[in-house]
Ligand binder design. Structure first.
Ligand code: SF4
Ligand code: SF4
Length: 85
């Protein structure tokens, strides 16, 4: 399951540098997470780093992007071996 940033985002830029998969970028209105790159931090950390640092708790799991832990690990392996998202 990739994560989703909701409209409470204050564009503080704290989360983006913490993402090990470079999945977070500034969008037109608020920051956005690319679901092709978000592994929920599986493979890198025990907890999603963006959720840990976000001061307004606006990062949630995306119910429209459900993935198993195995799928997230496969995504992690693809990204860390230089593959395309
Ligand atoms: Fe990046 Fe991890 Fe947040 Fe996904 S959960 S956007 S991989 S920091
Ligand atoms: Fe938005 Fe939270 Fe990221 Fe700040 S840390 S840019 S409030 S999602």
């Amino acid at each position: 399951m990739a994560l989703l940033i909701n409209e409470l985002c204050i564009n503080c830029d704290v989360c983006a540098p913490e993402c090990p998969n470079r999945a977070i970028t500034q969008g037109a209105e608020i920051y956005e997470i690319d679901p092709r790159r978000c592994t929920e931090c599986v493979g890198h950390f025990a907890e999603p780093q963006c959720i840990e640092v976000c001061p307004v708790e606006c990062i949630l799991v995306d119910p429209g992007c459900v993935e198993t832990r195995e799928a997230l690990l496969t995504k992690y392996e693809r990204l860390t071996s230089g593959g395309n998202p």
